[in-house]
Design a protein around this ligand. Structure first.
Ligand code: GLP
Length: 243
């Protein structure tokens, strides 16, 4: 638990930096990092970019896999997760373009795209660390309430609450919000050797309480972290209101 969003971001960025540097990644043995979008990781990405500029961290031998992507909006759309990642992280660090993996929400065969993504993760030896955020309903990536805890990368219909929550990014117009997304599954996230979830703000306090004080439950998909041998939640004081 840290004081506020700024301190959560500083702590998380420092932790990721230490983990990557301790790993001593190389071309033959890269560090495989799973990444989220959303406002939760923005402060962390900003600090990781600063570490990169000051030479304390390099992404040259880091391979990334993003959690999710909307279906049906162009990659260069300002709200695509692809664009988000370049804006907030990739354009500020020394990552090699071929090491960046983002699901293609415009693939001609979406199911094949999801299978390909899982196979690519496996071909890289799995994910070393998955960083994540959650929705106020406890969803991780786009694993909306009710998603199987054994789910893998797939096409998902967005919950009405998520569409409403995301309308602010689409001129406040829910008709403009994509209704489908591609997302890694709960099991895809939990297969990572380490899972680190950022939870900040009072609006996420119920989700945090459900996640850590109640049983593992597919209606609050982030609760699967209770079963993880190396699961970590970094939260601020506001998020602990219901604990
Ligand atoms: C979307 C993303 C999630 C993210 C969530 C919360 O639903 N698919 O990965 O965790 O938004 O976003 P924020 O961090 O802005 O609260």
């Amino acid at each position: 638990v840290r004081q506020d969003y700024e301190e959560v971001s500083a702590w998380t960025a420092h932790y990721i930096k230490e983990r990557i540097n301790q790993f001593q990644p190389s071309k033959e043995r890269p560090f495989v990092l799973g990444l989220p979008t959303g406002s939760s990781p923005v402060g962390t990405y900003h600090r990781l970019s600063e570490f990169c500029k000051s030479g304390e961290l390099s992404f040259k031998h880091v391979v990334t896999f993003n959690m999710d992507e909307y279906v049906g909006i162009p990659r260069n759309h300002r709200e695509s997760y692809y664009t988000f990642m370049y804006t907030h992280l990739f354009q500020h660090i020394d990552i090699l373009p071929e090491n960046i993996h983002v699901l293609d929400g415009n693939a001609p065969d979406l199911e094949e795209e999801c299978r390909r993504y899982e196979a690519t993760i496996l071909a890289h030896g799995g994910i070393e660390m998955f960083l994540g955020g959650i929705g106020p309903d406890g969803h991780i990536a786009f694993n909306e309430p009710g998603s199987s805890l054994t789910s893998r990368t797939r096409v998902k219909t967005l919950a009405y609450e998520t569409i409403i929550a995301n309308a602010r990014f689409f001129d406040g117009d829910i008709t403009k919000v994509p209704k489908l997304a591609l997302t890694v599954g709960v099991a895809t996230v939990m297969d990572a050797r380490e899972v680190c979830i950022i939870i900040t703000g009072a609006h996420k306090s119920i989700a945090l309480a459900k996640c850590v004080e109640e049983g593992v439950n597919h209606m609050w998909t982030v609760s699967a972290i209770q079963m993880h041998p190396k699961g970590l939640i970094v939260c601020d004081e506001d998020a602990t209101l219901e604990l």
